[in-house]
Design a protein around this ligand. Sequence first.
Ligand SMILES: Cc1ncc(COP(=O)(O)O)c(C=O)c1O
Length: 427
Amino acid sequence: MSLGPGKGRQASNGGLEQWVDHCILHSVSSFQSPVSGYAVRPMLRTADRLKGFTESVIREMTRVAHQYGAINLSQGFPDFDPPPELVAAAAEALHGNFHQYSITWGSAEFRRALAEKQSRLMGLDIDPDAHLVATCGGTEAMLVALMTVCNPGDSVIIFSPFYENYGADTILAGAHPIYVPLRVPRFDFDRDELRRAFSKRPKAIVLCNPSNPTGKVFTPEELTFIGNLATETDAFIITDEVYEHIVYAPHRHTYAAALPGLFERTLTVGSLSKTYAITGWRLGFVLAAPELISQARKVHDFLTVGAPHPLQQAAVTALRFPQEYYQKLTHDYTRRRELFTSYLRKAGLRFVDPQGAYYVLVNIEDFGHANDTAFCHWLAREIGVAAVPGSSFFAEPVTNLIRFHFAKRDKTLCAAGERLMRLRKRG
Ligand SMILES: Cc1ncc(COP(=O)(O)O)c(C=O)c1O
């Protein structure tokens, strides 16, 4: 069923459904939709599983940013270019013989370069032919991981707040989420609460480390605690590590799969999007034990067949970048974090310094708006900066936080910061 432009969410929740019910009740077989004008047959019902979630609020806020011409600090993508040698490699790949499908689970060269890099970082011996499947971004990798391990009716532990895809992906995989809160302001978890959640025998736990939106970096001790619970209850660990290189000193990234005894039950979700500033290239991967990867490859094959072949070829150049590239990446993000949070401080806003990733949650309760969504629309319209309502990340009814990202050029961050200074008088 097509809905008219801009009416999608409201119409499907409200008038249209009532009207469809009316038609079913009165045995109307075919008619003009009052919403779209298109012919609709009322018996055509979309899947019930889609009632469990809405369209992405993050992506919606990008549309709101465009509507008001606001500086877009909502959806997390850079406004700076990828490294020039990577762009040159992509141009070269397009002139090469890479126009057709690669091997479905990733071209041999891509997997070889990726395995070398991840072996070095994780201190493991990653086999390109057994431990990896290349995907269309970390987004596909997460869905593949959940579909690989979940049966209909299973449950999956997700820490709240969480990257919004996890809830939808869990439902798409036929499972349901058990949310365990991370407690503001330190975003730590109550160990008894987590133990109780594991006692419900979930199929898996999803971790985001470093975390979007909290900026939390899990310590080896926390991961070991989680790993022990997963081992006792025989649950999988699905760990989203797309921000593995964006961690602020003194914090350090720990690969859950590399902790003693956890490799066999851990599916690591990775991505090249954030590390090389190529969110539009759609390159990611699942890394796990051979028995899991052989199943994950089937899911991936039938979902997307493969990640873009020329871009996999180009990415080999990036995967072979020397260590200095990653040092500079951390250095640059540390500078962006300091620059942006210095404006937040000057504007008198309350927030928790992120330990990793490139997001910051800001408290807006002093501003007297009805809720975070109303605040974000007002902020985009009146102040000219777009953020994401925090409620889209929480399972609990939290409406006093918004999320900014700072993966932007210094110039953009300064412009956004200057605009945010206008909040100082209003708070
Ligand atoms: C935690 C997390 N995982 C996955 C993704 C998606 O990554 P990709 O572009 O590789 O699909 C994002 C993007 O913002 C993210 O924040």
